[in-house]
Write a protein that binds this ligand. Structure first.
Ligand code: IVH
Length: 752
């Protein structure tokens, strides 16, 4: 990059800012390799805005300031494409793909043995055409009817990964085609935002992308998280030798600065194409954008030319579609299912429909908030979604197709399984059956969870058997399983001698477990596998966990004070000018600590009544209930855990389970008590280099056990860098930032 021009030369400075900002925007949005901190970028960006305002003649067509959108338009102008934008033929099964390959080879005759392909994910967005003149982005248009589209240049300019100027482009015209889309995480965030602003929520990322691109006010488009991948050229009129294959063309486009989908891959033949299809279908859910299939293109451009077109699609390409993940059908009824925690889930009974590769007749509606948000009524035509292994769900109602007589979905007053009252609370999104142990459904679902593979792992005890055991009242709670006798089991349908023996032995084997698994099996509301293991590691014994109260999980600080304020306060208290005597401390606090409410000052002084105590406080001492002692256990979960162990039914059941012989390896006695050592609380550590005595994981665990936090990278928030042998850039950065550095010896004394 050119040397930095001084601010006294606005023209050079503007050019430099433009180039620098475009370079970093490309690193960030296209290559996903940011180098400049966001704040630095913003600073330079603001400087460019103000220079351009003062010197309008310096505004250039590739200025990143144009990305924020401009004056709203009255309408979009029509654009006739220089080369038609085509569509693609479809393949739905392997045979269609093989037929396509055969057609290609039959036509090519002479070069049939030299056919290879490029596979590209078929993004579900909007096709656009972009024109660059002498390397500058000059016009962009929608596909429209393929011949004539609409000029949406100002909107396209707002897309951060769309280059406004190409790298080393030859003079002349370069037109490219690509797909504009919104990725799945951004779509979620966008809808959350829309909801918060009581604005319309979008049905899917495609609609959101389409809506955003067709806004007449490009400043709104600028706020939408649009992305683009380029997948081909349009007309190219430049005086250089162009690549001879589609693959090389993509690489050339990439070198000009265009974002190319990194999943696109060369395939040696049609079998390889089919393998790629299956592999990507499996990963479909994991991709962060929606795709509806794979496009296969003959690689050789000469062969493409020879193959030509039929009606409006090329003979050299085909879209192998994935099974549709969404379909519409009629909502016949809604039932409520009771889960192991008593939560009532509305389940849609549907007119069976084929979606996501399977017949679907039931789909979840999650909870009543979702029912309201989706505006679904019984009798509606609804959109059903089944993606991958995910449980089918009702996405929304098709309001335009609403029949005259539909029925509101309402929550039952009594539990459909046990008749107990259903409780709705403000804080809980879900309604719950209040029956607890008296509700057969809760006990049944609890037992299914208890025996499941990742819990107590009782092999051979499937849903049907669990249901029979419960119905015949042979088992009421999990501990009854451990009292079952062989002849009792033989009374059940489908249980023969061998099944009974296997089952008894599986039950016996399950007694040997770990504390983490056992805690997970108990079905404490909200406590998943990971949290259960964390609880086990933290508390070591079930008694210590059962004794923990909410103040243990979330040490009380000052109500209403968050992390940032707590940290700022610590900094102020550590300054030297705190009054030892004279001015009342409360006044000093009010005058020196911004935004302190009288109530907070009062609470603060109650806990730390004098200046010397205040000088010693850590951010953790001050924070309201924010920093938990157990990773991942926030206020809601902590309350649920405490409530669980305060319930006699639960502790009695735990005792029965342990008495029947369930056991786990004892933790080291010295560590058995819940840790009370928080010496490192409020400090953040980074570990780097090699150590002799301990592994990095051990060091990390030891720091965490003393209340410290361990992160991966050095920043100004790092308190201490633990530095072993052969440390690299982290050490340099810590030195630059003046972070305390401790070696292996120092670490030992820190921990001892
Ligand atoms: S090639 C002549 N490649 O699919 C070739 N299209 O049905 C025309 N699409 O309108 C298109 N990803 O919106 C091509 N990698 C890809 C694509 C792709 C998505 C869309 C595009 C087009 C439609 C064709």
């Amino acid at each position: 990059m050119s040397s930095v021009p001084s601010k006294s030369d606005p023209a050079a400075r503007v050019a430099w800012l433009r180039e620098t900002l475009n370079h970093h925007s490309h690193l960030y949005h296209t290559l996903d390799k940011p180098e400049l901190p966001d704040a630095e970028y913003d600073k330079l960006f603001n400087e460019l805005i103000s220079l351009e305002e003062k010197n309008p003649e310096l505004q250039a067509p590739d200025s990143p300031t144009l990305r924020v959108g401009g004056q709203p338009l009255d309408k979009f102008e029509k654009v006739t494409h220089r080369q038609a934008m085509l569509s693609l033929g479809n393949a739905f099964e392997e045979k269609d793909l093989l037929d396509f390959d055969k057609r290609v080879k039959d036509r090519l005759k002479n070069t049939a043995d030299k056919v290879s392909y490029v596979a590209e994910p078929k993004l579900d967005g909007l096709a656009v055409s972009l024109s660059y003149q002498d390397g500058l982005f000059v016009q962009g248009a929608t596909r429209g009817n393929g011949q004539v589209g609409e000029d949406i240049t100002p909107n396209l300019r707002t897309i951060k990964s769309l280059p406004l100027k190409l790298d080393n482009a030859p003079p002349g015209l370069i037109e490219v085609r690509g797909e504009v889309f919104i990725d799945k995480p951004s779509f979620k965030a966008l809808n959350k935002d829309q909801e918060a602003r009581e604005d319309k929520v979008f049905v899917n990322p495609r609609n959101a992308a389409a809506g955003s691109l067709r806004l007449l006010d490009s400043s709104i488009t600028a706020s939408r998280p649009l992305r683009i991948y380029i997948y081909s050229t349009g007309p190219v009129e430049v005086d250089i030798d162009l690549p001879q294959t589609h693959w090389d063309m993509l690489q050339w486009l990439k070198s000009l600065g265009f974002p190319i989908n990194p999943e696109s891959k060369k395939q040696k033949d049609i079998n390889a194409c089919h393998k790629y299809y299956n592999a990507l279908l499996k990963r479909r859910e994991k991709l962060d954008y929606e795709i509806d299939g794979i496009v296969f293109k003959v690689d050789s451009l000469e062969q493409q030319e020879e193959l030509g077109y039929v009606s409006r699609a090329p003979r050299w390409a085909i879209a192998h579609k994935f099974p549709a993940e969404e379909a519409t059908t009629e909502l016949l009824a809604v039932d409520f299912q009771v889960g192991r925690t008593g939560a009532l889930t509305p389940v849609a009974r549907l007119e069976p429909v084929f979606v996501g590769g399977a017949m679907v007749s039931n789909a979840t509606l999650h909870n009543m908030d979702e029912v309201a948000r989706k505006g679904v009524r019984i009798g509606d035509t609804v959109i059903v979604r089944r993606a991958g292994d995910v449980i089918p769900e009702v996405v929304s109602a098709v309001e335009s197709q609403r029949p005259e007589k539909t029925k509101k979905i309402s929550l039952p007053k009594a539990c459909p399984e046990c008749g107990s009252e259903v409780i709705e609370s403000e804080e809980m999104a879900v309604a719950k059956c209040s029956g607890g142990f008296n509700c057969l459904a809760q006990r049944r679902e609890g037992l299914k969870h208890f025996v499941s593979r990742r819990a107590m792992n009782i092999d051979g005890l499937g849903e049907k058997l669990v249901e029979q055991l419960m119905e015949r009242e042979m088992v009421k709670t999990p501990s009854d399983l451990y009292q079952l006798k062989r002849d009792e089991l033989l009374e059940l349908d489908l249980v023969k001698d061998k099944t009974a023996d296997n089952l008894l032995s599986a039950i016996e084997q399950s007694k040997e477990t770990t504390l983490g698994r056992f805690l997970f099996s108990l079905g404490i509301p909200e406590v998943g596998e990971t949290t259960a293991v964390q609880l086990a590691e933290h508390f070591k014994t079930i008694e210590a966990l059962a004794d923990a109260d909410i103040d243990y999980f979330l040490p009380r600080g000052i109500e209403g004070i968050g992390k940032t304020r707590a940290e700022a306060m610590v900094e102020i208290f550590q300054s030297d000018d705190m009054p030892e005597k004279g001015e009342p401390l409360s006044d000093w606090i009010k005058n020196n600590v911004p935004r302190m409410k009288a109530k907070e000052v009062e609470q603060l002084l109650e806990k730390f009544p004098n200046a010397s105590l205040l000088k010693e406080v850590s951010a953790n001492d001050l924070q309201g209930r924010a920093a938990s002692r157990v990773e991942g256990v926030g206020e809601t979960m902590a309350a649920l855990i405490v409530e669980f162990f305060n319930n006699r039914d639960n502790t009695d059941e735990i005792k029965r389970l342990v008495d029947s012989g369930i056991h786990w390896p004892k933790e080291d006695d010295a560590k058995a008590a819940a840790p009370t050592d928080d010496r490192l609380a409020g400090k953040t550590f980074v570990i780097t280099g090699k150590f002799e005595g301990m592994s990095r994981d051990e060091i990390s665990a030891a720091i965490k056990a003393k209340g410290g936090k361990v992160t991966g990278s050095v920043s100004k928030n790092t308190s201490v860098l633990i530095c072993g042998e052969a440390a690299g850039s982290k050490l340099a950065k810590a030195e630059a930032l003046g972070v305390e550095i401790v070696d292996e010896k120092g670490l030992e004394s820190l921990l001892s």
